[in-house]
Write a protein that binds this ligand. Structure first.
Ligand code: MRU
Length: 341
């Protein structure tokens, strides 16, 4: 069986990550032992997906303790550097803050503080495994997860370091015999669907069909998918959810055709301090990512590009949000307050 483990923690040393920018052509693991290396890996999407970014952030803090010392000032600087890499996924900043809280509880001894940071990093990964497992159990019987389903971006083990979120729900419904096929958008411009989701579907033995993002509306309109399910990077207090750019369009088209649209996300992806989607910070990425890929350029040099990495789906378009504590249904405000309170 193929090893898709995206992160390995090497306590006292660093982490080893599977470089997701090279998949599926090459399975290369990189050892990261400095904060700068961790920051670069996050910025370049060598590690990616909201929950995995959270775990990586926790590991980055442990690495900071080894590299720069575990004093409060050095750690605060490392925290700022790591948080600045990608703004949308709430998990990243939240786990870094949790790491800082964990080290404060360890007192002032350098050795004890370093150990506390590694212990927290390992706990963060173990917790993700538990959350994914519970989330999957709650999601597998969702109405509409029958026959075929459509997903966007990548939400499998590569995105969480454990089973995954939306893709793990899909896998469980497939194992239960409810699903026969998963349609995956290619997810322009960085092709997480074409490169990563199709690779994971193949590893899981699930029949997958790849489609250009531009074909998703007509696929939904044709009645061939019973549901659309994706992950999320940040869910605001009112249920508006940020996820990979293009998700909003899928949700709008699904609503137009009476197809349920679901998000699947662990509690760590909810941000009760952000009242609605308007306040979610959206990451904009380089122009060059749109006009080419992997070093090849097909658009004229120097052209401008509109390149948001995420968009926000309004809560009213979301039929349910699968979490490790159960499926939230509208109205989301009270349900999210109870979950995060
Ligand atoms: O830019 P990426 O690849 O990090 O974006 C990932 C997504 O949008 C995922 O859908 C989201 O993080 C949920 S992962 C379980």
């Amino acid at each position: 069986m193929r090893d898709i483990t995206p992160i390995r923690i090497l306590p006292g040393t660093g982490i080893e990550v599977l470089d997701q920018t090279l998949l599926p052509r090459e399975e290369r693991r990189r050892r990261l032992t400095t904060v700068a290396q961790v920051g670069e890996a996050i910025r370049m999407l060598r590690v990616r997906g909201a929950p995995l970014l959270g775990v990586t952030g926790a590991c980055g803090m442990a690495i900071a303790g080894e590299e720069r010392g575990a004093g409060a000032e050095a750690l605060a600087r490392a925290a700022d550097e790591l948080k600045a890499t990608r703004p949308t996924a709430v998990d990243l900043g939240a786990m870094i803050d949790e790491a800082l809280a964990a080290v404060e509880g360890a007192g002032t001894g350098e050795e004890a503080r370093r150990k506390a940071l590694w212990a927290f990093a390992e706990r963060a990964l173990a917790r993700q495994r538990e959350r994914d497992g519970a989330l999957v159990r709650h999601g597998r019987d969702l109405p509409g997860l029958e026959g075929a389903v459509l997903t966007h971006c990548n939400t499998g083990g590569l995105a969480t370091g454990a089973a995954g979120t939306a893709l793990a729900v899909i896998a469980e419904a497939w194992r239960a015999g409810r699903l026969e096929r998963c349609y995956a958008t290619e997810t322009r411009p960085l092709l997480q669907g074409a490169r990563l989701t199709m690779w994971e579907l193949e590893a899981l033995g699930i029949p997958g069909t790849l489609l250009p993002d531009t074909a998703a509306a007509s696929l939904i309109a044709s009645g061939q998918v019973g549901a659309v399910i994706t992950g999320a990077d940040r869910i605001a207090a009112n249920g508006d959810g940020a996820n990979k750019v293009g998700t909003y369009g899928l949700a709008a088209v699904a609503a137009r055709h009476g197809v349920p649209f679901y998000l699947a996300a662990p509690t760590s992806t909810f941000d009760a301090a952000t009242p609605s989607g308007e306040a979610i910070p959206i990451e904009f990425r380089a122009d060059g990512e749109v006009g080419g890929f992997g070093g090849e350029r097909w658009s004229p040099d120097g052209g401008d590009a509109y390149n948001p990495a995420f968009d926000v789906t309004p809560a009213e378009l979301i039929a349910g949000i699968v979490t490790e504590h159960g499926v939230l249904r509208p109205p989301y405000g009270p349900a999210i307050a109870a979950l995060t309170g």
